[in-house]
Write a protein that binds this ligand. Structure first.
Ligand code: DAH
Length: 341
C-alpha cells in the first residue's frame, strides 16, 4: 500500500505541474481529494489493513493529502498570477502613441471676414438686421428710387420669380424695409446673400454677399460717412492702408461715392490682385437720396443719412489673396482649412 501511495504522489505531482487553468486545477482537486477521489479512496482501503498498520498508514495518507492541498494552493496562486500577467499584457496601453485627432468644423473664410466686419460696426453702435432673400420689386428697386423701366435696372441682371417677386440683387432692399419700420436715429447693417444673373468666372458668381449699412439721424453729413467708412477700412486692412473716395452714381444716394483702398498685396504699386491699378474697390456709398427717405416715411427736411454696400466676397478674396472667387463656393476642404481659426 505504501508503494501505491508513493506512485499516487508521483503521479499527482507530475499532473499538477502540467495544469494550465483554474478549471483544470479544480478538476484535479476533485479527482484526488474529492469524496470519490484517489486519496480518499486510499483512506477507505485502509479497512483491509491489519489493525497495527492502520495508524501509520493513516498518518501517511493524511500527510499526502496535506502535501497535495498545499501544492494545489500554491499552484492556484501561481496560475492566478500568470492569468493576471496575461490580462495586463493584453490591455497594455502605449501612452506615447500619437492620439487620433477628431475632425472639427470651422468657419468659412467668408464668415471669418463677416464676423470681423460685424465686430467693427457693432463697436460703432450699429445693430445687425436681417432681410428676406426673396424680395419684392418694390423694396429691391422702386423704394430705392429705381422705378420700373429705369435704365439703372440694367446695372443689375435680376432673377425674377414673378412680375413682382425676385431674388434680391442687393441688400439695399433692407434699407427700404428698415426706414418703413424704424424711427430715426437708425444705425444698422444687414449682411446677406444677393443674386444676379451673371456668368460665372474668376470674379463673378450668380450668388454673392453684401453688407448693407444705413445711418439716419438729424444732422448726418458726408463727413460722418467718410469718418465711419475710413475707420472701417483701416480696421479691416490696417492703419497704413490708404482710402480714397471716388464720385460715382447710385439711384438711391446723392451724392454717391465708391470707396477704394490701396492694394494690400502690392501696397499700391500695381499687381495681379488689383489688376495693375494699385487700388481695390471695396464698397459703394452715398448720402441717402431725399426721395428714398420720403418713400420710407422719413421727412428729408428734418433727417439726413448715409448708406453703404460692402462686397464681402471681394473683401475676402483680396484680404487672403485668393485669386478666384469660385474657390469660395466649391467647398474644397483643402482650401477652406487654410482659413479656419
Ligand atoms: N447696392 C449697391 C450695389 O449693389 C451698393 C450700394 C451702393 C449700397 C451705395 C448702398 C449705397 O447702400 O449707398 O452695387
Amino acid at each position: 500500500m505504501k508503494e501505491q501511495l508513493e506512485a499516487l504522489r508521483a503521479q499527482a505531482m507530475e499532473e499538477l505541474a502540467s495544469l494550465r487553468s483554474p478549471k483544470e486545477l479544480e478538476d484535479f482537486r476533485v479527482r484526488y481529494m474529492g469524496k470519490k477521489g484517489s486519496v480518499t479512496g486510499l483512506l477507505r482501503g485502509m479497512g483491509a489493513l491489519p489493525a497495527e498498520e492502520r495508524p501509520i498508514m493513516g498518518q501517511m495518507v493524511n500527510q499526502l493529502r496535506q502535501e497535495l492541498e498545499d501544492a494545489v494552493t500554491e499552484k492556484s496562486d501561481s496560475l492566478q498570477a500568470q492569468l493576471q500577467k496575461e490580462q495586463l499584457a493584453k490591455e497594455k496601453l502605449d501612452v506615447t502613441m500619437p492620439g487620433k485627432k477628431d475632425a472639427a468644423g470651422g468657419l468659412h473664410p467668408l464668415n471669418v471676414v463677416l464676423e470681423d466686419i460685424i465686430d467693427i460696426f457693432q463697436s460703432m453702435g450699429f445693430d445687425i438686421i436681417d432681410g428676406p432673400e426673396v424680395e419684392t420689386d418694390y423694396y429691391c428697386f422702386q423704394a430705392l428710387n429705381v422705378p420700373e423701366d429705369h435704365p439703372a435696372r440694367d446695372m443689375q441682371d435680376t432673377f425674377y420669380l414673378t412680375d413682382s417677386l425676385l431674388l434680391r440683387t442687393q441688400t439695399s432692399a433692407a434699407q427700404a424695409r428698415t426706414m418703413e419700420t424704424t424711427k430715426p436715429p437708425i444705425r444698422v447693417i444687414c449682411p446677406g446673400r444677393v443674386y444676379r444673373a451673371d456668368e460665372v468666372d474668376a470674379t463673378h458668381s450668380p450668388v454673392f454677399h453684401q453688407i448693407e449699412g444705413l445711418v439716419v439721424d438729424k444732422g448726418v453729413t458726408m463727413c460722418d460717412l467718410k469718418g465711419v467708412l475710413e475707420q472701417f477700412a483701416h480696421e479691416i486692412y490696417g492703419e497704413d492702408t490708404r482710402v480714397r473716395f471716388r464720385p460715382s452714381f447710385f439711384p438711391f444716394t446723392e451724392p454717391s461715392v465708391e470707396v477704394d483702398v490701396s492694394c494690400s498685396a502690392c501696397g499700391g504699386k500695381g499687381c495681379r490682385v488689383c489688376k495693375g491699378a494699385g487700388w481695390i474697390e471695396i464698397l459703394g456709398a452715398g448720402m441717402v437720396h431725399p426721395r428714398v427717405l420720403e418713400m420710407g416715411g422719413i421727412d428729408p427736411e428734418v433727417y439726413s443719412g448715409f448708406a453703404f454696400g460692402i462686397g464681402l466676397d471681394r473683401l475676402t478674396t483680396t484680404r487672403y489673396k485668393i485669386s478666384d472667387i469660385r474657390l469660395l463656393f466649391e467647398n474644397d476642404l483643402r482650401m477652406l482649412e487654410q482659413f479656419d481659426r
